[in-house]
Design a protein. Sequence first.
Length: 317
Amino acid sequence: MSSAPRTAEAGGAEAVLRRLEWTVLRRLDGLLQGDYRTLFRGTGLDLADLREYQHDDDVRYIDWNVTARLQTPYVREYTEARELAAWMLLDLSGSVDFGSDRVTKQSVARDFTAVLARLLARHGNRVGAILYGAEVEAVMPARSGRMQVLQILHRIATRPPPPRSAGTDLRTLLAAAHEVMARRSLVFVVSDFLSAPGWAQPLAQLAQRHEVVAVRLTDPLERALPDLGLLVMQDAETGEQLFVDTYDRAFRRRFEQVARRRESALREAFAEAGVDVLELSTDDDLVDAILRFADLRKRRSRLAAAGGLPTHLARVR
């Protein structure tokens, strides 16, 4: 499929971030409320206080000695001993620069990155990014503050179009991440995962050390083709072109069958890697996507508590 034209945001990174702060972050502030701690709990915790147990509290934090003495459930409250480090691993290869309407997968990746990075930065956490096209293009060390978010957006906006290549190989991006991230971090792998095979194992290795969320970018046209007549389809990465007749029902059925097989293979790969997955389509509402992410984190935390599993081993999709 041919890539959609690149769209430039007037005013650059600042305009993009201001737009998202106004249209997305303001809505999230009212919807997430106390969920920020669930979303972005750091890895070091200090005991701050004890209080009576409330509905939806994490049972792992019940202080059983105090509970037995007072005959009332009490839970420990913690404060962050150190900030959270988060990394955005951004696949910006040719296939990501596609959208069947006005929105491309790349613009969805950019907006998601901006919103999550700004949420993290507002709470004193550090955010880093690794940009990948045909190869690793930039490594931006994790830093805090609004300026860091602007710098990430600027690098995304000013990068040159990726050259023609043999295709995406996410193993290169994941290997770079493994080398760069020394401390345990929250990692978002933002990609359409249209890649050469073999990335599930390095993704699993990354998840053994870090908390990993695979943010899968999709477009409705990648699952089913409408009847658009005769088309020339072009591979966005190799430039290879193919003349197809979308009027042919048999062709459209074969296309959907291939898409379903790809979906099944991806689900198996994510399960093999043992990572959380957030689906993000070009026709998605970004606020809804962030709320799905928040719900996913809460469910996984409760599952870990109920099953006695380490948090990083309990995966909910």
